[in-house]
Design a protein around this ligand. Structure first.
Ligand code: GDP
Ligand code: MG
Length: 439
């Protein structure tokens, strides 16, 4: 799938200490193919690749310690932007009720999503009213009523003999009378977009003037979903898109193209048939999912919860100014230990375990003790200015700490690696923390 393809591209980049423009070009060629294969609109792909390339061949990236990681970060941010950047909120009427009209092709998931949305609103202490506006499909009314019963949300219906426009109109009145703050109008769909369907939707629209017109599209249909969204959007002022069936084996193309092609934000994602399988769509989370970086986000969340922000800032400043000392090293280790076993943390960082030098940086608790002994055998000056620790000093430190010269050498080398690694790490935390925090 897309995630695997992209991870392949990036693992090639990651191994490199230096990245040339040609490396970037090659990676971008592969990203381009991966996106096309995932059924992303070709124009969207073209723009996307151009944007990433422009940023990735910058001087700073090429000269950074792990250019691959920086490029992944750029791709992640651009993917997020592509899908709208931030989470697009559901509209809210100045004067309740807020009217939400559902639209979409038959089988896209309108009725199911109506129920899910009602449930979500109810959970947030709202009082939604569901409206059975599909009078054509046999059992459509019943389907909505069953959903309503399940979540204890009333369903307004006038059977299948009254026009959907009239149903919508009366439902709105009912909602006002009964103090509902949200009205969700389920509508009929066809197999294909046709005049009749559009005409009816336009009439309902004119009658109830919805605050929100949500187009429900089946993510599994890929490029077709985007074409459908484009057609609907040209005839009906859509305010948002709901992507359904993201739980299935989708290629991701719809999620990546819809916003770029229609200008319409994805507001919700449906990830299953169950009534609670609907969630607000978070572009940055979707981007991370596509890049296979879900664990990375959870690590960042963990770090944000556990690491003392002031201390971290101070460390970062020190590292930037090359003031990082062995005392800081010990303290930094303590901070990292709070996140959990180091092996696990490294596993969570994509490719980090394979990154240069990291294979030596396996620190278990026993080794940690020896490391501490070595550092404690250093003089104050040595801790503060590690660069003065020459061969003779290393021998003295080894003897003093009851370790070997090899171990001391290794630690000092690791310290240098760690200095650079942590600089990279804190840079990533700083750069990605804002995106990962969205709740
Ligand atoms: P409508 O014709 O647009 O009203 O579509 P329905 O709400 O009746 O849904 C059509 C089918 O898709 C039903 O079998 C639903 O259970 C299923 N469905 C809807 N949303 C999802 C989803 O997010 N994931 C999966 N796997 N199935 C879904
Ligand atoms: Mg339906």
């Amino acid at each position: 799938g897309l995630t695997g393809r992209l991870q392949n591209v990036f693992s090639k980049l990651r191994g490199k200490g230096k990245v040339s423009e040609e490396d970037v070009n090659e990676a971008m060629r592969e990203v381009r193919l991966a996106l096309l294969e995932a059924d992303v609109n070709f124009k969207v792909v073209k723009d996307f690749v151009a944007k990433v390339k422009e940023k990735a061949v910058g001087k700073e990236v090429m000269e950074s310690f792990t250019p691959g990681m920086v490029i992944i970060d750029i791709v992640n941010k651009e993917l997020t932007e592509l899908m709208g950047g931030t989470q697009a909120k559901l509209a809210k009427a100045n004067k309740p009720p807020t009217v939400i009209m559902m639209a979409g092709l038959q089988g896209a998931g309108k009725t199911t999503t109506s129920g899910k949305l009602a449930k979500l609103l109810q959970k947030n202490n709202h009082r939604p009213l569901l409206v059975a506006g599909d009078i054509y499909r046999p059992a459509a009314i019943k389907q909505l009523q069953i959903l309503g019963e399940q979540i204890k949300v009333p369903v307004f219906s006038l059977g299948d003999k009254v026009s959907p426009v009239e149903i919508a109109k009366q439902a709105l009145q009912q909602a006002k009378d009964d103090n509902h703050d949200y009205v969700i109008i389920d509508t009929a769909g066809r197999l294909h977009i046709d005049e009749e369907l559009m005409e009816e939707l336009k009439q309902i629209h004119a009658e109830v003037k919805p605050d929100e017109v949500l187009l429900v599209v089946d993510a599994m249909t890929g490029q077709d979903a985007v074409n459908v969204a484009d057609s609907f959007n040209k005839q009906l002022e859509l305010t948002g898109v709901v992507l359904t069936k993201l739980d299935g084996d989708t290629r991701g193309g719809a999620a990546l193209s819809v916003k770029a092609v229609t200008g319409c934000p994805i507001k919700f994602a449906a990830l299953g048939e169950k009534i609670d399988a609907l969630e607000p769509f978070h572009p940055e989370r979707m981007a991370s999912r596509i890049l296979g970086m879900g664990d990375m986000l959870s690590l960042i969340e963990k770090a944000q919860a556990n690491i003392d922000a002031d201390k971290a800032k101070e460390m970062e400043r020190k590292m930037r100014n090359a003031e990082f000392t062995f005392d800081d090293f010990l303290e930094q280790m303590d901070q990292v230990k709070k996140l959990g076993p180091l092996d696990q943390i490294l596993d969570m960082l994509p490719g980090m375990n394979k990154a240069k030098g990291m294979k030596d940086l396996k620190v278990d608790d026993k080794q940690m003790g020896r490391v501490e002994a070595i550092v404690h055998s250093m003089t104050k000056q040595e801790k503060a200015q590690p660069e003065i620790i020459n061969h003779n000093r290393r021998k003295r430190i080894a003897a003093g700490s009851g370790t070997s010269l090899t171990e001391v050498n290794r630690l000092i080398k690791q310290f240098d690696e760690m200095r650079r690694m942590m600089k990279q790490f804190s840079g990533m935390m700083g750069g990605m923390g804002g995106g990962g925090k969205g709740k």
